[in-house]
Design a protein around this ligand. Structure first.
Ligand code: HEC
Ligand code: HEC
Length: 424
């Protein structure tokens, strides 16, 4: 039994091995069993005990993460949308995933990867620090937070959202979630980790579930292993191919890709590895996605920072259309790109940057007079918020800032950001 357990555990702790959701669930359960979790309420006192408690909570969190009994349908877990074998992003090319009590409901945002969120700063409207800029008196504007609009700061607050959202795991209340766990396969483990009395108080039990999920997301082997070819390259352990090196140069060049301006590619001043995001909020003017059910209503607009999910900036027109810059680590594993999953290949996503302004008809529909409806997912009043810096800009018909070859090179470079367990 023990040996089988350890084999399972190795499968998740050793990054080289691909992880299936079933294996993840099994391995975490096994780890709890093998680890001989204490049956008594832990009262962490020493550092060692605090550490042990965090480890147990994290292992429980990983098991909860892949437990479908947490959803109202009984069929959906966090891993249904955040697939461990896809860098905790979506499995397929659907712009939005199904969920809800009958698994027939759909939200309006693409599923982000859950990797490399650990350094995300708490949301702030005025951000003065910068990884790559020495001048800390510059206000970088809204920055940080989790989800596409930065509306929560901590994994525990974030986890409430899918558990209670009618188009995700669809539980009617925190008490309903607690009830699923109490009677589900992880009830005994919950008691072992958080104490026998944990289920006596629904609020405490729900907080414990959220804590476990948050702790799970801090597992560095799974969520921020820094095991990509590019990390090896920065450490002097690998060489980029000629094409990848050209791609990196175009990515960094302020006059061409200018990608690194937002998707930081160099080590931080303290030597920390690049996260490929500065956590800033930008409007890119991504085309409206007709495949999203909510968009059947022409009056519906997902405006990111200014709503509808986020409620505190609904009267800030300058924030409408702005979304958080995602990390590009493991982006090559995705089949949906941008907040509304509008594009389905990395090449298309990069080409959009290059030719949004020089070839608008390639991206946006035309009206009955043949006029291109640029920025068609934003009401006219907010279109001035759209970013115009390189690689954007250029009159229709002008030469794009990135050639076809540059685009291919950048795509090749982006593939070096795939962590080892997923690299083909
Ligand atoms: C039905 C699909 C679905 C399920 C199930 C789901 N999520 Fe998500 N998740 C999403 C989507 C879509 C977003 C982006 C939401 C937004 O921006 O408003 C997201 C965002 C997140 C984020 C923020 C990522 C970032 O880039 O800031 C975290 C963390 C997260 N989910 C964790 C979880 C956890 C934990 C669970 C299980 C309790 C879970 N998710 C279940 C679809 C899902
Ligand atoms: C001015 C800041 C900025 C610059 C410059 C920039 N990006 Fe982005 N990038 C963003 C933001 C913001 C998003 C999310 C926007 C959205 O979904 O509406 C994004 C999203 C992406 C995505 C989709 C990722 C996903 O998970 O869906 C890719 C791919 C990408 N950028 C690549 C690039 C490349 C390649 C370049 C250079 C050619 C570049 N970006 C330049 C801010 C920037």
């Amino acid at each position: 039994m023990r040996r089988a357990c350890y084999r399972q555990i190795r499968a998740i702790w050793i990054p080289e091995v691909k992880v299936s959701p079933t294996c993840l669930a099994l391995a975490t359960l096994c780890q709890l069993l093998c680890g001989g979790v204490r049956a008594e309420a832990p009262q962490p006192a020493s550092r060692a005990e605090v550490f042990a408690h965090a480890q147990q909570a994290g292992a429980l969190g990983l098991a909860l993460f892949s437990d479908p009994s947490l959803s109202a349908s009984g069929q959906q877990s966090c891993t249904s949308c955040h697939r461990p074998d896809r860098a905790f992003g979506p499995l397929d090319a659907a712009p939005v995933q199904f969920g809800g009590i009958d698994l027939h409901q759909r939200g309006f945002r693409a599923v982000p990867s859950l990797m490399y969120l650990q350094a995300t700063p708490q949301f702030t409207e005025h951000y003065f620090e910068s990884e790559d800029e020495a001048d800390e008196s510059i206000d970088n504007g809204p920055t940080g937070g989790l989800t596409w609009d930065g509306r929560v700061d901590h994994g525990r607050d974030q986890a409430r959202i899918p558990l209670l959202s009618p188009f995700e795991m669809a539980n009617p209340s925190p008490a309903a979630v607690v009830d699923h766990v109490r009677h589900g396969p992880l009830g005994a483990t919950m008691r072992a980790v958080f104490g026998d009395a944990i289920f006596n108080d629904d609020d405490r039990a729900f907080a414990a579930i959220l804590e476990a999920l948050e702790t799970a997301e801090q597992n560095n082997q799974l969520f921020y292993p820094y095991s990509s070819k590019y990390d090896d390259f920065l450490a002097g352990r690998a060489q980029l191919t000629a094409q990848e090196a050209r791609g990196l140069a175009a990515f960094n060049d302020p006059a061409r890709g200018n990608c690194a301006h937002c998707h930081t590619s160099a080590r931080g001043r303290d030597g920390s590895p690049p996260q490929f995001t500065d956590y800033g909020f930008i409007a890119l003017g991504v085309p409206r996605n007709p495949a999203i059910p909510a968009n059947e209503n022409p009056k519906f607009h997902d405006l990111g920072l200014c709503g509808p999910e986020r409620k505190d900036f609904t009267d800030h027109p300058a924030y409408c259309g702005l979304f958080k810059t995602p990390s590009l680590r493991n982006v090559a594993l995705r089949q949906v790109f941008f907040h509304n999953g509008m594009f389905h290949s990395l090449k298309q996503a990069v080409a959009f940057y290059a030719r949004r302004d020089t070839n608008p008809a390639e991206w946006y529909p035309s009206d009955s007079h043949g006029e291109v409806q640029k920025f068609d997912d934003l009401p006219a009043a907010f279109q001035a918020n759209v970013n115009q810096e390189p690689p954007f800009g250029g009159k229709p018909g002008a030469a794009p800032s990135l050639s076809e070859a540059d685009i291919d090179d950048i795509v090749a470079f982006l593939a070096t950001l795939t962590d080892r367990p997923f690299a083909r």
